[in-house]
Design a protein around this ligand. Sequence first.
Ligand SMILES: C[S@@+](CC[C@H](N)C(=O)[O-])C[C@H]1O[C@@H](n2cnc3c(N)ncnc32)[C@H](O)[C@@H]1O
Length: 268
Amino acid sequence: MTPVATPFLPGQAGERVAQLGDRARLCGLYDEDGSGVYDDLAAADGFEIRDIIIAVRTLDGPVLDLAAGSGRFTLPLLALGRDVTALDMSPHMLSLLTQRLARTPERVRERCTVVQADMSGFTLRQRFAHVLLGTTSLSLLDSSGRAGLYRCVADSLSEGGQFLVSVLERGGDGDPDEVVQRAHGASGTPYDLYEYWPTGASHRTVTIVPADPPPTGHVVVAHDEVPSMSISTIERELHQAGFTALDQRELTPVGQRHRVVLIKAVRA
Ligand SMILES: C[S@@+](CC[C@H](N)C(=O)[O-])C[C@H]1O[C@@H](n2cnc3c(N)ncnc32)[C@H](O)[C@@H]1O
């Protein structure tokens, strides 16, 4: 039988899910089913960590890690000796972080505060030398969510504190609409990562399917639709929200499908 793409997922990802039929269990990247898949891949992904550690080293003081997930940045920041507040909206991702913290020595664990909240509207009593929003997670918010986030970040920074935010835009225009990559999680499980992102589209669809699922039973297919944005839009929004950019570091080589920059900004 010729597989038919599902109405939910475009391109090859849709065909793959159609082949799985009733066995496919579609879920979000950060919910009860998908968080385990995301975490497995994140634990094997070192992207950005070094750049963030270098940026944070320039100022002493506590760090607020926004959209912290299962702690890909939180744990290296704790290892650097910082007090870290890890904020995320997903109880499932925070549960994975808490399990990870439980395996660290008490003197490390006690420097971490875990907060479940929406990054577009939160209030914390503490002020921070750095507020970090990495993994280009800014793109998970729409424009009104971003406006709320900028207000909360401004209120959370101590005098002279820095906002570190990574932003992703589409790089090479000549790329195909969809790319498929094989990646291994920290557990060794291979996954196929589909990204459907036609040039000029308002969002990209990310789908993760185990490359080698067992012959029977459910197969967890994690997917998300992530709004597209441009780096210049974010620069303009930051300026309008009262921030001055101090520095902008390219995190990806020129001409790749993803152009990612790390912006360091302070309140003007
Ligand atoms: C791409 S993951 C990044 C997680 C972690 N920083 C990492 O590098 O693995 C995005 C995270 O943002 C969280 N998230 C999504 N929307 C959010 C919101 N409005 N407020 C707080 N966290 C949010 C998700 O639960 C998820 O853990």
